[in-house]
Design a protein around this ligand. Structure first.
Ligand SMILES: Nc1ncnc2c1ncn2[C@@H]1O[C@H](COP(=O)(O)OP(=O)(O)OP(=O)(O)O)[C@@H](O)[C@H]1O
Ligand SMILES: [Mg+2]
Length: 233
């Protein structure tokens, strides 16, 4: 999951097999079947894009993958370990990260503290050097001691990124995947952006996986055209 829109760090991944996967995930919420038998695999260094119309179950799937919602059935595996029974923070501790569409930046923290907080569960003993490294990685220049509340840029919503920022975000996702060997699952509503970012795409509709493969292939899939494009205006 993108340590941004959904990420899994690659500290102890097994020599073969996917770094991150789920198998036959089903989920009920409020007496309704929300996810039906979803399986996916992401290799170290790979970016999997998840798309689907509103209400397809993308966010619900992320909630199961990160450990917030217990699945009715199925399993989640990270780095060769079945993590299905681990809590959200236990999954974070072994290198699974999840971010949200709307960033939360607590006003009372400094820039340095915000960067540390983002990694707290995975690495509790971070120092300023780690923060400066992370700031360089994401090309973020600011005084680490400055109150985060004063930063206009941190407050922007992903949905409101201007084109150059989208390009930077794409670059960053690729650096995380290809250079740091993170396995990334990302929900992206703008299909055209997946072309540059995702190695593979999975399409969901009404709680089910209806197609998977490279973007050009899934866009031609009649099931995708029927389910997805009818919802796009
Ligand atoms: N806590 C909940 N209780 C009951 N139903 C829920 C709950 N959360 C989500 N749902 C339902 O589950 C289905 C999937 O919702 P979900 O938010 O996962 O879809 P999504 O693909 O993320 O949609 P969007 O593109 O709008 O973000 C929807 O029908 C939604 O109404
Ligand atoms: Mg959603």
């Amino acid at each position: 999951m993108v340590e941004g829109p959904a990420g899994a760090a690659n500290s102890q991944h097994p020599p073969d097999g996917p770094l991150f996967s789920c198998k036959n995930i089903s989920l009920d919420l409020g007496g309704r079947e929300i996810l039906k038998d979803i399986s996916l695999e992401v290799a170290s260094g790979e970016v999997l894009g998840v798309i689907g119309p509103n209400g397809a179950g993308k966010t619900s799937l992320f909630e199961v993958l990160c450990g917030r919602f217990p699945a009715k059935s199925g399993s989640v595996t990270f780095s060769g370990q079945d993590v299905s029974s681990l809590s959200l923070y236990q999954r974070a501790r072994i290198g699974m990260g999840r971010t949200y569409q709307t960033p939360v930046v607590p006003d009372e923290l400094t820039v340095e503290e915000v960067f540390k907080a983002a990694r707290q569960a995975y690495k509790p003993y971070l120092n300023r050097w780690h923060v400066l490294w992370a700031m360089r990685l994401v090309r973020f220049s600011a005084d680490p001691d400055m109150p985060a509340a004063q930063l206009d840029t941190l407050d922007r919503r992903t949905a409101g990124l201007i084109n150059s920022e989208v390009d930077e975000f794409d670059d960053l996702i690729r650096v995380l995947a290809k250079e740091l060997n993170v396995a990334i699952v990302i929900v992206e509503h703008r299909i055209e952006l997946l072309d540059t970012i995702a190695d593979r795409v999975m399409v969901m509709d009404a709680g089910e996986k209806i197609s998977e493969g490279d973007l050009a292939m899934v866009l031609k899939d009649p099931k995708v055209r029927a389910a997805y494009f009818e919802d796009v205006h």
